[in-house]
Design a protein around this ligand. Structure first.
Ligand SMILES: Cc1cc2nc3c(=O)[nH]c(=O)nc-3n(C[C@H](O)[C@H](O)[C@H](O)COP(=O)(O)OP(=O)(O)OC[C@H]3O[C@@H](n4cnc5c(N)ncnc54)[C@H](O)[C@@H]3O)c2cc1C
Length: 378
């Protein structure tokens, strides 16, 4: 792309909301667009183990041939989230329900063996995408030409241009993009902290953006991979609740083919406590917990991975890393009371009127932004 370019729509952020917005805009005839993504890869809070190196005991060559496991958003709940079910069907991605066939483990102390509880069918069944959520990212990306995607490019400023009804987006690479519409597909807190707006954001908008926690940004996932899901042979589900830690909640993330066994856990330690240990120390503690829970076969995973979202500079702010804010009240979707109103819209998942913070919310927020741009063009 030229250092100075003009497009109809600039989409800032290449996670699910940004990518789905691009797909929907193109479907509706708006093809003059660009996606600006700060990271070298698309996906945002959707990331798979194949994107990061396992610096576990295993050689990288082994981890390259393993299935992909989600390090970010993974589950959806089609019984309640009709929209995401419909979108996955349209995209032709295969989905499947998590199994509930087996006992769950409850660990109350690292000195006592866990107790087994027979798992009940949950009120809402958790579903996953075969190949992980990055399969959805890759499927969405297929519809967007490479030339329309700027990777490793962070938007740094958005400025109203006088007299032309357009805005200018300045980027970290020196590129400037002039656009009639901007879709901000980035966390509200990141937008408030990292992008300078001219004119300045009205204080009411700034305060809703700053006080909107980015869902799950405070968390970290640990994923470990084995040659088989051996725990299933003993009637164990792979689901664990632990007050002993370091992982508080563990789930079986083996894929539909079951060619390897995958487990993932959320840390009980908060971001500050995690920051005091190296990833290798944390992994050692996690492997120790896996042995306590699943026996000696769990001692040496083929690969294991940690993704700490609180350290991702384009997802979490200091406020997110300090406290897990859960899901807050929705941030302002438009920049009311400013000349940026009607030109800049927030379409990250947290801005969705429904399923705020969830994957389903990312699709729905994108749809609203696209609908409003299409209305404005008529
Ligand atoms: C650990 C974890 C587990 C989760 N589990 C689930 C789950 O099981 N089910 C579920 O429904 N949801 C889950 N979620 C939430 C789900 O992942 C998100 O709702 C969804 O991915 C948000 O997509 P998005 O496109 O709206 O935003 P994001 O994915 O946050 O995308 C924002 C993008 O903008 C980019 N960006 C930021 N600043 C700039 C800038 N200045 N310039 C250019 N680009 C920028 C970022 O790099 C990123 O790619 C989970 C999230 C995490 C972190």
């Amino acid at each position: 792309m030229m250092p100075a370019t003009e497009v109809e729509v600039a989409i800032i952020g290449g996670g699910i909301s940004g990518l789905y917005a691009a797909k929907q805009l193109q479907r509706r005839g708006v093809t003059d667009l660009v996606i600006i993504e700060a990271q070298p890869e698309l996906g945002g809070r959707v990331l798979s183990t194949s994107s990061i190196r396992s610096n576990a005991a295993s050689p990288t060559a082994v981890s390259c041939s393993l299935p992909s496991y989600d390090l970010g958003g993974a589950w959806h709940w089609p019984a309640h989230q009709a929209k995401i079910k419909q979108i996955f069907e349209e995209l032709g991605v295969q989905t499947f329900a998590d199994s509930h066939d087996g006992d769950l483990l409850v660990e109350q102390s690292s000195y006592r063996p866990p107790t087994r509880w027979s798992a009940k069918e949950p009120e809402s069944v958790f579903w996953r995408v075969q190949g992980g959520m990055t399969h959805v990212v890759n499927t969405l990306k297929k519809d967007v030409e490479d030339a329309k995607v700027l990777l490793s490019t962070a938007a740094t400023a958005i400025t109203t241009l006088d007299g032309v009804d357009k805005v200018r987006v300045d980027c970290s690479t020196g590129t400037t993009i002039t656009a009639s519409h901007v879709l901000l597909a980035i966390p509200a807190r990141i937008a408030a902290a990292k992008i300078s707006f001219e004119p300045a954001l009205p204080s009411s908008v700034r305060s809703t953006w700053e006080s909107t926690p980015t869902w799950m940004a405070a968390h970290a996932k640990y994923v470990c991979v084995y040659s088989t899901p051996f725990w299933r042979d003993e009637g164990i589900l792979g689901q664990v609740l632990s007050t002993a830690g370091p992982l508080s909640e563990i789930h079986d993330v083996t894929d539909l083919n079951g060619t390897h066994g995958g487990l993932f856990g959320f840390f009980a330690l908060d971001a500050q406590a995690r920051a005091k240990q190296s990833d290798e120390e944390l992994k050692r503690a996690c492997r120790g917990q896996m042995v306590r829970l699943f026996g000696p076969k769990a001692a040496e995973p083929l690969a294991d991975y940690i993704k700490d979202w609180s350290r991702d500079p384009f997802i979490a702010t200091e406020a997110d890393a300090r406290v897990d804010g859960g899901r807050g009240p929705g941030p302002s979707y438009t920049i009311e009371g400013s000349s940026l109103e009607g030109k800049v819209r927030l379409i990250v998942s947290e801005a969705s009127p429904e399923f705020t913070g969830y994957l389903a919310g990312a699709f729905m927020a994108a749809e609203r932004g696209v609908e409003d741009i299409c209305k404005a063009r008529r």
